[in-house]
Design a protein around this ligand. Sequence first.
Ligand code: ATP
Length: 316
Amino acid sequence: MARRALGPATLAVVQAVEAAHEGEPVLVACSGGADSLALAVAVTVLASRTGCAARAVVVDHGLQPGSAEHSERVAEQVRELGLPAEVATVTVTAGGQGPEAAARDARYDALAAAFGAGERCYLGHTLDDQAETVLLGLARGSGLRSIAGMPAVRDRFVRPLLGLRRSVTRQACREQGVSWWDDPHNDDDRFARVRVRQSVLPVLEAELGPGVAEGLARTADLARYDADALDALTPTGAPPDCTVLAGLAPAVRHRVLRAWLLAQGAHEVNQRHVLAVAALVTDWHGQRWVEVPGLRVLRRAGVLVVEPHRPAVADR
Ligand SMILES: Nc1ncnc2c1ncn2[C@@H]1O[C@H](COP(=O)(O)OP(=O)(O)OP(=O)(O)O)[C@@H](O)[C@H]1O
């Protein structure tokens, strides 16, 4: 497609992509939404300016009728922008997790399987996605790591647009005459994220003034620094001795207990489980046991021990 002159929003997206690029070949993960299409536009500009190799992949989760045709249309749209594009079809198998999480896992597996030599995969998450993630993590009460949101780089995955508002990617698409697809899930208010996007964040911005989303995104960065530091301070393989555990700072004790519970075979450990087990250490008054999925945790002679635990059918 003959490229239009770059308007201010497109330029902002191009600058963000150029700042993230380290000279590597780029694989754009494109859903057909405004964010990843604006990303694809910016990567074509990057490729023409630097000569780096670039291509795109569209993942077909196969969850809706017509998803194959939809994915092929998105791939064709990306080709028209000037990037080679292919569709990767995945089979989503829901395990113990919900369908959204299963689709996300299958998508990241497919993207990782698509990597060519030296490639990094660029994802279109924006500052708005980050702000929503922080609010959801805060409300869940699941600790610093969930407030820490998404890192800009993890392994070979890169999120160049984390510093840009979603309104900028939409404006960039308009500037370039690119029409995007709005995933109906993004308007389905049965999802907490959609309610945060449509109701909570706009109210916060109206009541607290501009800069709320940016503040939430900055909170994610600061929380991530702290969470990384605390993880690094956490001893591994610490004994479940209650005197030793009681001597640790709570933030470190909780991390030790979480890692220990997982090593003992717990199926899932959330902060409520960790706090209940921590009470066996710091608030001991002869409790019988604490149940964590797959385990019972007991305190015996000042030491934590586990027993395998499958709830009776009536308890499930
Ligand atoms: N089906 C898919 N195929 C390829 N990449 C995807 C797909 N779904 C999501 N992604 C990648 O993950 C990012 C975030 O996903 P999310 O579900 O928040 O996006 P979206 O709202 O569907 O689309 P967009 O972020 O492009 O507006 C996307 O920007 C894109 O890079």
